[in-house]
Design a protein around this ligand. Structure first.
Ligand SMILES: Nc1ncnc2c1ncn2[C@@H]1O[C@H](COP(=O)(O)OP(=O)(O)OP(=O)(O)O)[C@@H](O)[C@H]1O
Length: 322
């Protein structure tokens, strides 16, 4: 089946700029997928979305959405896609409902149909009792919901969300996440940008890590974190048996085949050994317990530290995500 989004060797250089904002990015998004672009501010995420949604002309390379080349046929492309922009661009003088209905009229949807869809989407986004309020009275969280409702009015095949939960409180953020999952379950392809690794890990099927206009890695969040050698950790609190020293215990733990490195954690109030490994830290709990039992040491605490997408970004760039 044809992919929902196809980007090939995409380059964008803004006039007068010394470097490319997007510097040769290629990826495809399958139909029904939630795909994320994760990167710090200025990485080129918004520009990539801008090209895909026909708002930015590429310098070179190609991009297509739902089978339509966005540069060659922007009008058809726009009928098949929607965008929820980073900054709300609602008409604040109109009511929520009017914003929806006018958007649908622009897309050529008939009167009965657009009224019906507006009602259904206001309901779906939890705005049914606020539909006749002026958008001027909306909070940031409500405006974001209305932007999503508006984006769905012309039943797009692909929806682009640029930083969908930036600036939202935790509750509003979870609401948006649930709506994104609903969209995916309804067969809509979702492409979102974020600089929040938790959002990328929680929502996306696959995530591309971007920095300085380049795609540095692309895979499922789980595969990206698994790919990081020695970044999972298992902390164990140990009371050595009489006559056994801390060093004896650390040496014994270092001998475990899965342990890549073992270090004592300072200021733990006793012996805490941090075991670095690749892969699943939980699988090492049993062998650690066996090793300690054999030395008649007491295991008094266990803590698993999973690597995050932040760690992946750090290992790829040497910098923090933000
Ligand atoms: N209209 C423009 N004219 C000139 N330069 C631009 C324009 N828009 C973006 N840039 C520059 O292009 C680079 C990429 O910006 P872009 O907005 O695509 O990044 P981003 O990853 O989406 O970051 P943010 O989350 O801040 O939007 C930045 O250096 C930015 O300053």
């Amino acid at each position: 089946m044809e992919p929902a989004v196809q980007v090939s060797e995409l380059v964008k250089r803004y006039p007068g700029r010394p470097t490319n904002a997007v510097d040769g990015i290629s990826f495809t998004v399958a139909r029904g997928e939630v795909f994320g672009l994760l990167g710090p501010n200025g990485a080129g995420k918004t520009t990539t979305i801008g090209v895909l949604t026909t708002r930015v002309l590429p310098t070179s390379g190609t991009a297509s959405v739902a089978g339509v080349d966005v540069a060659a046929d922007p009008v058809t492309a726009r009928s098949r896609l929607s965008v929820v922009p980073q900054r709300p661009n609602l008409d604040r003088a109109l009511t929520a409902r009017q914003n929806l209905v006018f958007h649908a009229a622009y897309h050529g949807i008939g009167r009965a149909d657009r009224n019906r869809r507006a009602d259904a989407l206001l309901e779906q986004l939890g705005l049914a009792d606020r539909g006749n309020d002026k958008v001027d009275n909306y909070s940031g969280g409500l405006a974001q919901r209305l932007l999503i409702a508006r984006a769905l009015m012309h039943a797009p095949q692909v929806i682009f969300l640029d930083e969908p939960s930036t600036g939202l409180d935790p509750q509003a953020r979870l609401f948006v996440w649930d709506r994104v999952r609903e969209l995916r379950d309804g067969g809509v392809t979702v492409v979102l940008t974020t600089h929040d690794m938790d959002e990328a890990a929680a929502l996306t099927d696959r995530v591309g890590i971007v920095d300085h206009g380049r795609l540095l890695a692309l895979d499922t969040p789980a595969a990206l974190t698994r790919s990081l050698p020695g970044s999972a950790t298992l902390d164990v609190d140990v009371e050595p048996a009489a006559g056994d020293t801390d060093d004896d215990v650390l040496t014994a733990l270092s001998a475990l085949p899965a342990a890549e490195r073992v270090e004592p954690v300072a200021d733990a109030g006793g012996l805490r050994a941090r075991i670095y490994l690749s892969g699943d830290a939980a699988a090492l709990v049993g062998p650690v317990a066996d090793t300690l039992t054999a030395r008649r040491a007491r295991l008094s605490g266990v803590r698993i530290g999973e690597p995050s997408l932040e760690d992946v970004f750090l290992s790829l760039t040497g910098r923090e995500l933000r």
